[in-house]
Design a protein around this ligand. Structure first.
Ligand code: NAD
Length: 449
């Protein structure tokens, strides 16, 4: 059992802290947001993630998990410190390292014995060295000297499946500089499981690159299948069957091969931009990744124009009610950072539509994110209320409950019959949508019977 501080208790930090506590470590989660810490202290999770609340409450009651805004206390108390603060994209696409470096400075200020400082945040190559220098500079300024090691341990969790991804990861990438820190990392993670953990030990720079290379690859894969979907629509092919057959090839795999409205979330959009920027700074043009970003922007715009164009048949989109199901960027999360719904709903509103929105978890966040176009959006309590008097229905996020809609009831609620299934939820059971004029992505549209 180790005493571990996790600094930054957002999505990654909270899940990491809870899971480390579940593995038996004593964990102090730190955040600068007093509001967040107070909510967490009261036993409520600040994000929606299946199973998280229960695991969090259990570990609080076992005295293995605590929350504080007091970074000095956490740094002095623990010999292992995870950094999990945000690294949002700056205007120019590069990662904003201010939060990471602020914490590094605090560690240099309060350090009181040997510590391992582990970077979990997604950061550009060279950040490990920069964190090391920042800590050393601050120690020099304070006239103190303690040994410490820097480790890069990027996080690969998927929102909505975060607990499982953290407890049974495909791989644990550890970039470190010596045996001492390597053994501490093994010790921390070995507590997770009885079976051999899939470690990849490497240097810090390689570990930092693995994260960007992985995320950018997945973004390229999504943009690739979305482009194949566009072409499929034009030539009468079915992208669902194409993706299925492609995925049977083990070199390709079926994962991240689903046509849809474009990728979003807190990672792919910012990480693809960041790696392009890192390439620029090192005179390497990341042509493939740049194309994926461009294709993704185009995909979201295409979704809007597809809806606008289909609605010409019913007299245009102006003042028409559009029921939108799903706002979060993926199911089982309330996260709306860079969600496709942000661009697509704004696009539809700009064209004159009135939005009737429902999302199982995303509505709280949507309300402040869409505050400037509030008068064009109504938030409803469920999918059937959203469909009431709607001229068109759009599935934007494939929440499980949207896969089992009572489509007769939906149709009875609506005044129109246009159904835009931007996640191809009903693509393989299109007979169920026979009361609607059905549009998927990358498959031929079908008129109502
Ligand atoms: P987040 O914005 O949800 O959380 C960051 C937290 O850090 C916030 O709660 C903020 O208040 C806190 N913070 C900022 N400065 C602080 C300071 N000085 N001291 C204490 N707390 C401070 O971010 P996130 O989604 O958890 O992402 C964190 C990092 O992990 C990012 O680099 C991200 O790219 C990476 N990542 C995210 C995911 C994901 O699915 N969200 C997955 C893998 C990796």
């Amino acid at each position: 059992m180790r005493k571990i501080a996790v600094i930054g208790t957002g999505y990654v930090g909270l899940v990491q802290g809870v899971v480390l506590a579940e593995a038996g470590h004593k964990v102090i989660c730190v955040d600068i947001s007093e509001e967040k810490v107070n909510i967490l202290k009261s036993g409520k999770a600040t994000i929606y993630e299946p199973g998280l609340s229960e695991m969090m409450q259990r570990n609080i009651s076992l005295n293995r998990l605590d929350f504080t805004t007091n970074s000095e206390y956490a740094i002095k108390e623990c010999d292992v410190i995870f950094l999990a603060v945000g690294t949002p994209a700056k205007e120019d696409g590069s990662a904003d390292l201010q939060y990471i470096l602020n914490v590094a400075k605090e560690i240099g200020h309060y350090i009181n014995n040997y510590k391992v400082i582990i970077d979990k945040s997604t950061v550009p190559v060279g950040t490990g060295k920069l964190v090391k220098k920042t800590i050393s500079d601050e120690m020099n300024r304070c006239n103190i000297r303690f040994d410490f090691d820097i480790v890069s341990n990027p996080e690969f969790l998927r929102e909505g499946k975060a607990l499982n991804d953290c407890m049974q990861p495909d791989r644990i990438v550890i970039g470190c500089e010596n045996e001492k820190s390597k053994n501490i990392m093994k010790d921390i993670y070995d507590a997770f499981s009885l079976y051999n953990m899939p470690f990849v030990f490497t240097n810090i720079e390689t570990a930092e690159m693995i994260k960007y290379a992985s995320n950018a690859f997945l973004a390229v894969k999504i943009s690739y299948i979305n482009e194949i979907a566009l072409l499929s629509e034009q030539v009468g092919a079915d992208v669902q069957v194409i993706a299925h057959a492609m995925g049977m090839d083990k070199r390709i795999s079926p994962k991240c091969l689903y046509a849809g409205p474009g990728y979003g979330g807190s990672c792919f959009p910012k990480d693809t931009k960041a790696i392009v920027k890192i390439g620029n700074e090192n005179n390497v043009e990341m042509k493939v990744i740049k194309a994926a970003i461009e294709a993704n922007d185009a995909q979201k715009k295409y979704m809007v124009s597809k809806i606008v164009s289909a609605m010409k048949k019913v007299g245009g989109i102006i003042n028409k009610n559009i029921a939108v199901l799903g706002l979060s960027f993926k199911p089982e999360t309330d996260d709306m950072r860079d969600a496709p719904s942000l661009d697509i709903i704004r696009g539809l509103v700009k064209e004159g539509a009135i939005i009737r929105a429902y999302c199982p978890q995303g509505m709280k966040e949507a309300k402040w994110r869409f505050a400037d176009i509030d008068e064009h959006i109504k938030y409803l309590n469920n999918e059937y209320d959203a469909a009431m008097e709607a001229d068109a229905l759009v599935i934007l996020t494939e929440w499980y409950q949207f896969k089992t809609l009572d489509l007769k009831r939906i149709k009875n609620c609506m005044r129109g019959n246009l159904f835009f299934d931007l996640r191809n939820v009903y693509a393989e059971k299109r007979e169920k949508t026979s009361d609607f004029e059905y549009y998927g992505v990358g498959i031929s549209a079908r008129e109502a019977k």
